[in-house]
Design a binder for this molecule. Structure first.
Ligand code: GUN
Ligand code: ZN
Length: 441
């Protein structure tokens, strides 16, 4: 403990493992708990009755009455340039890309355009309690520079990459195998490992890359083994059929990526709705992860993700908002839709599993669970204070709850950014709902 030590008191919940495997042993819950942070890292967590007496009297204890402290939410798949097309009407994936996505993404080659949008996007994450995200830029390196410059100033742990796309897209949004390699490499050298930032090699999806370009992506991953790989997989039935036509030599959709060396423990595949058994096996065997994006999957009519099957095959799953195909930056709203998808599948999503997915599950999916995801000693103190009284309806509903399970469930169904009272990054307050700063846009 030293003079940068701070303590936060309130109800505290975090996870040690997956509740689907370890039931009640998977979490720690302190009805009156204290989180101690030194130099931005977790020093201790436990019941107030034990922890307070260990603190020197000089340590300030910030009280959060009616507040629940949880680790910062982790969004394992999102597109920052699509913020302004959220909620665009009427299309499924392939038409939606042509009609809305590509036109808006074409503007991000201009740094002056990209910068305020990167800032607005990061502010949205903070006001929704999301402290780490795996983020798509556009094909333009300028889009990634704008994002990382802003994220660096905020000292947030973020992952981003330039889209690689050399066919089946408008000319002003395509690169070539060589330029995509060169530009990605330059961005890796500039940003990967700088402060809390990481780079993700980001081929958009199989239909927009030639085999030559996917080989270049694989080369980058060989040269930089701790860089991430981020793409889309088996989201929409027409997309899957198209991939079959474009890559007839591959056994299935995942095999396209596999044949180009793109599967590893730092590979994250968004969606994975229409997978066969051998694809789940291959994901597990390579320790690759899926990002489950419920609001997007419903909004774009893509399908119902099979969470139970991913559990059975031991495939790591994180939660993604997939804004702008997804309809909310809020992980709570994302869990609301996840619950309904499991209902439509005849399955139950427990509140504990939900909050695991939004925190430690995401950290494990991103292979960052040595740094973030829970309050284990030495982890980075990114956390959120959730408010049980954020609206009249929430307060009245909470009065009817009997335990933490019920309260979590209500938060995950009717909660949203209004429920996020404060967001902390490395122990520093970065979002204060009741003293909001001016919007960047
Ligand atoms: N597949 C390829 N590109 C995209 C995208 O931008 N959003 C979603 N949801 N799926 C994609
Ligand atoms: Zn996406």
């Amino acid at each position: 403990m030293n003079n940068t030590t701070k303590a936060f008191r309130g109800e505290i919940l975090h996870f040690l493992s997956d509740p689907a495997k370890d039931n009640d042993n998977a979490h720690q819950y302190f009805e009156d708990g204290v989180l101690v942070v030194t130099d931005g890292l977790v020093e201790a967590v436990g019941p107030a009755s034990e922890v307070l007496s260990t603190l020197p009297s000089s340590v300030e204890v910030k009280e959060h009455k009616d507040g629940l402290l949880v680790p910062g939410f982790i969004d394992t798949h999102i597109h920052y340039p699509q913020t302004e097309i959220i909620g665009s009407y009427g299309e499924q994936l392939l038409e939606w890309l042509d009609t809305y996505t590509f036109p808006t993404e074409s503007q991000f080659g201009d740094s002056e355009f990209a910068k305020p949008r990167a800032q607005f996007f990061l502010d949205q994450l903070m006001s929704n309690g999301t402290t780490t995200a795996l983020v798509f830029g556009t094909v333009h390196p300028e889009s990634v520079d704008a994002f990382f410059e802003q994220a660096e100033q905020m000292n947030v742990r973020m992952i981003c990459g330039k889209v690689m796309m050399d066919r089946n897209a408008p000319d002003n949004l395509t690169d070539t195998p060589q330029t995509s390699y060169d530009e990605s490499k330059a961005l890796i050298e500039k940003w990967h490992g700088k402060g809390r930032l990481h780079y993700a090699v980001t081929p958009r999806f199989a239909p927009t890359s030639t085999s030559e370009q996917l080989h270049k992506a694989g080369e980058l991953l060989k040269e930089y083994p701790d860089v991430f790989m981020h793409t889309h997989l088996s989201e929409n039935k027409n997309e899957c059929a198209w991939v079959g036509e474009l890559f007839p030599e591959c056994e299935n959709y995942l095999d396209v990526y596999d044949q180009h060396g793109l599967l590893s423990k730092r590979s994250v595949f968004a969606h994975g709705i229409h997978l066969c058994d051998s694809e789940y096996e291959r994901l597990r065997d390579t320790d690759s992860s899926l990002s489950y994006c419920p609001t997007s999957n419903l909004f774009l009519g893509s399908g119902l993700f099979d969470l139970k099957k991913a559990e059975e095959y031991n495939v790591d799953v994180g939660l993604g908002t997939d804004v702008g195909g997804g309809t909310s930056f809020s992980q709570l709203q994302t869990l609301n839709e996840a619950y309904k998808i499991q209902q439509l599948r005849g399955e139950k999503l427990t509140a504990m599993k939900s909050f695991f997915l939004a925190t430690l599950g995401g950290a494990q999916a991103l292979d960052l669970d040595d740094k973030i995801g829970n309050f284990a000693k030495g982890k980075e103190a990114d956390f959120v204070v959730l408010d049980y009284n954020s609206t009249d309806l929430m307060r009245v509903r909470m009065n009817k709850t009997k335990d933490i399970n019920e309260r979590l469930f209500v938060l995950s169904i009717i909660g949203d950014d209004r429920s996020v009272k404060e967001t902390y990054v490395m122990g520093e307050l970065t979002h204060d709902r009741d003293n909001k700063k001016k919007s960047a846009l």
